[in-house]
Design a binder for this molecule. Structure first.
Ligand SMILES: *Cc1c(COP(=O)(O)O)cnc(C)c1O
Ligand SMILES: [Zn+2]
Length: 414
């Protein structure tokens, strides 16, 4: 079976051990498969019969064979060839991998189907996270599906109900702690340490990363096992870019793809410690104290998985770019208007980043590029409404409607 390794000191822990941080050095863990084991497991995959989905790759997931899956049909999202947007940006081969098509509207579901399945396998009856965003929306749905308790801790301050409404309707217990986000996070760590039956499903959880690596597999699958030249991803805590890279390297080791794409991470100005480290060639990040951006899903000052992300970007000869809120909003609108794909602001940062990198000459116009859009636009309707035209009120009269539409008055027959 696979094992959990510390990314720093390489201490190994069993796959059925409940451990969140390395007991020796405190760093985060990652799931490692023995390459031979992975190759052996690959033979068990029924490539022809099981449709595109996270569980198509079940033999690559660290879940026991007899375990019952907690699933809502996640993954299998569209990879949309985007000719019109490509032409607008000046590149020929552009694809949008639209993760908003997942059950709760973001890629987090790929991680949570595996994370909650693991939680139930380990005997947990209660899962917990600190999040106001897509993590809590997804965790609450999968906990409901599994029939276990879900607790969500959020910091004090104004509540944005878009995503939290999902956690609430799925029956999660939402506690607003009088404190900031880091304090809420401290409490979920403490609770999961103190009460061993409460399972922690925050960003550090390595089983979530395993589910999310299927995003890398799927892109290769959808492109007929020809990896693209570049994959562009919005980066917050950096779990996703690390996960996609993990999936790609596993496929590469198995010989399923012959080359690896350049991993390209996009962060928002005011919240870009990883992009800054890449651009200044540093091996450390400088955490941002009060991160600010309209793209709330990537408003993260101290990304948990920054080491993994920097490694993925450097190893793949990729890069990182920083985009402003205006560039993000512009990209969101363009994508919605010329491709029919409505994404939340954080997701549009991948398009904004691509635009910038083409202008700078970093991305060549013959590259095959996949932009990942991470979450659905309805997650944040207020931002969309603000940048669109309001409905125009007209009299209940055909002439008034025609006038409003700039149509010629209809010439009635007879
Ligand atoms: C979580 C999330 C991100 C950031 O992903 P990380 O793994 O934290 O880097 C980006 N966009 C959306 C919509 C998200 O929900
Ligand atoms: Zn360690």
């Amino acid at each position: 079976m696979a094992h959990q390794d510390c990314i720093n000191c390489k201490t190994t822990y069993g796959i059925d051990e409940v451990v969140y941080f390395c007991k020796k050095c405190g760093d985060i863990l990652e799931i490692k498969f023995d390459p031979n084991e992975l190759a052996e497991n690959a033979k068990a995959i029924e490539w022809k019969t099981i449709p595109l989905s996270v569980w198509r790759y079940r033999p690559f997931m660290p879940i026991h064979e007899s375990t019952r899956l907690v699933t809502l049909g996640e993954g299998g999202t569209g990879l949309h060839r985007s000719e019109r947007l490509g032409a607008e940006l000046g590149i020929q081969n552009l694809y949008i991998k639209n993760e908003g098509e997942n059950p709760t509207g973001s890629f987090k579901d790929r991680g949570m189907t595996v994370g909650v399945t693991k939680a139930v396998e380990l005997g947990a009856r209660h899962v917990i996270c600190a999040s106001t965003g897509n993590t809590s929306a997804s965790l609450a749905a999968y906990a409901a599906r599994a029939g276990i308790r879900c607790t969500v801790l959020i910091p004090s301050g104004k509540i944005a109900y878009g995503k939290l409404s999902q956690a609430m309707i799925h029956g999660a217990k939402v506690l607003q702690v009088r404190g900031n986000f880091d304090e809420a996070l401290e409490f979920v760590f403490k609770l999961s340490e103190k009460h061993r039956d409460i399972y922690l499903l925050n960003s550090i959880n390595p089983f979530r990363v395993e589910g999310q690596k299927s995003l890398g597999y799927e892109i290769c699958d959808q492109l007929n096992y020809e990896a693209p030249d570049r994959i562009i991803i919005p980066v917050g805590n950096a779990g996703n870019i690390s996960a996609v890279w993990k999936g790609l390297t596993e496929f590469y080791q198995l010989g399923l793809i012959k080359k690896l794409p350049k991993m390209t991470g996009i962060q928002a100005q005011g919240s870009a410690p990883i992009a800054q480290a890449i651009q200044t060639d540093s091996d450390q990040i400088i955490p941002v104290q009060n991160p600010e951006t309209i793209a709330t899903a990537i408003r993260i000052g101290a990304p948990v998985s920054w080491k993994k992300a920097i490694n993925a970007i450097r190893e793949s000869h990729g890069t990182a770019e920083i985009v402003t809120d205006d560039e993000i909003l512009d990209a969101q609108k363009t994508l919605a208007r010329i491709e029919g794909i409505f994404v939340e602001p954080a997701s549009a940062s991948s398009i904004a980043g691509l635009k910038k990198l083409i202008k700078k000459g970093v991305v060549a116009n013959d590259e095959k590029v996949v932009c990942i859009t991470t979450g659905h636009g309805l997650k944040d309707p207020d931002t969309a409404i603000k940048q669109s035209d309001e409905p125009i009120e007209v009299d209940a009269d055909i002439g008034a409607i025609e006038a409003a539409l700039g149509l010629k008055k209809a010439i009635l027959a007879r």
